[in-house]
Ligand binder design. Structure first.
Ligand code: LRH
Ligand code: MN
Ligand code: MN
Length: 386
């Protein structure tokens, strides 16, 4: 059996990044249901994120999305974050909310639009310089709706050219994380639809280019843990955008739709040595109908529970069963870990970290929700799902 104190130490050392946009109002294209007390600016999003970190102890960084989190002075924003006990994390680019991008951004057939998109991506690296962020997260809404609309291969050439320009701009210690998604908003062909395409571009670019796996960006039934195992084996897994999906890119709380899948993913992370490496564990979620801060705390806890179960897999017993071809025993070893109730273990980890064992109850008691509801009037939309 894995050593309990090593498991606890690993859990205490875990870091899960929360997204600034999860704190703001969001919805679907049908309706955004505004909630009371939501942040009105990036600073207030950081203040809420600091609460999530204060009660979980494992969410020390916050991802920004530009221009949703545009400010005049990013160094000052970084300082503001630090004063609140958190740090700025990945900078997410946004080349999908401008009329010019109707036919794409860096894959657009027009060189002028490509230039505009590239300038935005380069500006994101300037922001990283100011905030001290390590990761530039790139997701492109680029693609086509109809066969023949544009040249599939030509678009790949433009993508490669654009990525190379941004890659050249990265400084020491900075990375480019390329995110894939098989559909939406393009319906016929997406320019970075899958891990293979992302991997091929990242491989050509070099070590600083890594693939990011958004758990909501696959076709139903996709074996995501296989992708994770493969990317880890190739040293090309840069991080995760965690969330849950039932049907499409639902952006529900991670571990809500399929906690078993999350466990299988985390097992491959542990197995592949990714847990202690530079892999970024980020959330990319929206909380449309549930209270936001407790939902983000819940999400962090869901990742912790899946991680704890993955760490508890008796890998020696598993290896023996696998070697002996004992199919049932091998499966049972994995399921034993999955079926363990790790909540008491995590409660102990939190107590040892000086935290309340029940972060959601502690948050509810803290009065923060009442405070922001009274103080903040007219919260802004996350920028997503409008
Ligand atoms: C695209 C995506 C990408 C964006 C975010 C808001 O579906 O997952 O990561 O930046 O949503
Ligand atoms: Mn994402
Ligand atoms: Mn998504």
């Amino acid at each position: 059996m894995p050593d309990q104190s090593a498991v606890k130490a690993a859990l205490a050392a875990q870091k899960i990044e929360t997204p600034s946009w999860a704190y703001g109002n969001s919805g679907t294209r049908f309706k955004v249901f505004a909630q009371q007390g939501v942040p009105r600016d990036p600073q207030e999003k950081l203040a809420d994120a600091a609460q999530v970190h204060a009660f979980t102890g494992v969410a020390p960084t916050v991802a920004l999305h530009i221009p949703w989190d545009r400010v005049d002075d990013y160094s000052a924003l970084a300082k503001y974050a630090q004063d609140h006990g958190v740090k700025l994390g990945a900078i997410n680019s946004n080349t999908f909310q401008d009329d010019d991008y109707k036919l794409g951004s860096i894959c657009h057939p027009d060189a002028g639009v490509r230039r505009k998109a590239l300038d935005h991506l380069l500006e994101c690296v300037d922001i990283m310089d100011a905030t001290g962020s390590r990761d530039l997260k790139l997701w492109f809404a680029d693609g086509t709706n109809y066969p023949g609309q544009d040249d599939l291969r030509g678009r790949q050439d433009r993508l490669a050219e654009g990525l190379a320009e941004v890659y050249q701009r990265l400084g020491d210690g900075q990375r480019m994380l390329l995110e894939y998604k098989f559909f939406e908003p393009a319906f016929y062909a997406t320019d970075v639809p899958d891990w293979g395409t992302a991997y091929a571009h990242c491989l050509k670019l070099g070590e600083k280019a890594q693939v990011v796996v958004d758990t909501g960006h696959h076709a139903p039934g996709t074996n995501i843990e296989f992708i994770v195992a493969t990317l880890l084996r190739e040293n090309k897994l840069g991080g995760f955008d965690f969330n849950s999906r039932f049907y499409a890119d639902d952006d529900l709380m991670v571990g809500a739709a399929d906690p078993f899948q999350l466990f299988r993913i985390m097992y491959e992370v542990v197995r592949g040595g990714g847990y202690t490496s530079d892999i970024a564990f980020m959330l990319d979620q929206c909380h449309n109908i549930e209270a936001k801060i407790p939902a983000i705390i819940r999400s962090v806890m869901n990742v912790q529970e899946a991680t704890a179960k993955a760490l508890l897999v008796d890998r020696e017993a598993l290896a023996v069963a696998q070697r002996e071809g004992d199919v049932l025993e091998a499966n049972a070893v994995l399921m034993d870990a999955y079926n363990t109730d790790v909540r008491p273990l995590l409660a102990e980890v939190r107590e040892e970290m000086g935290l309340d064992p029940d972060p959601i109850a502690a948050y509810r008691r803290s009065g923060w929700q009442q405070h922001i509801t009274a103080e903040r009037v007219g919260g802004t939309q996350a920028g997503w799902g409008a």
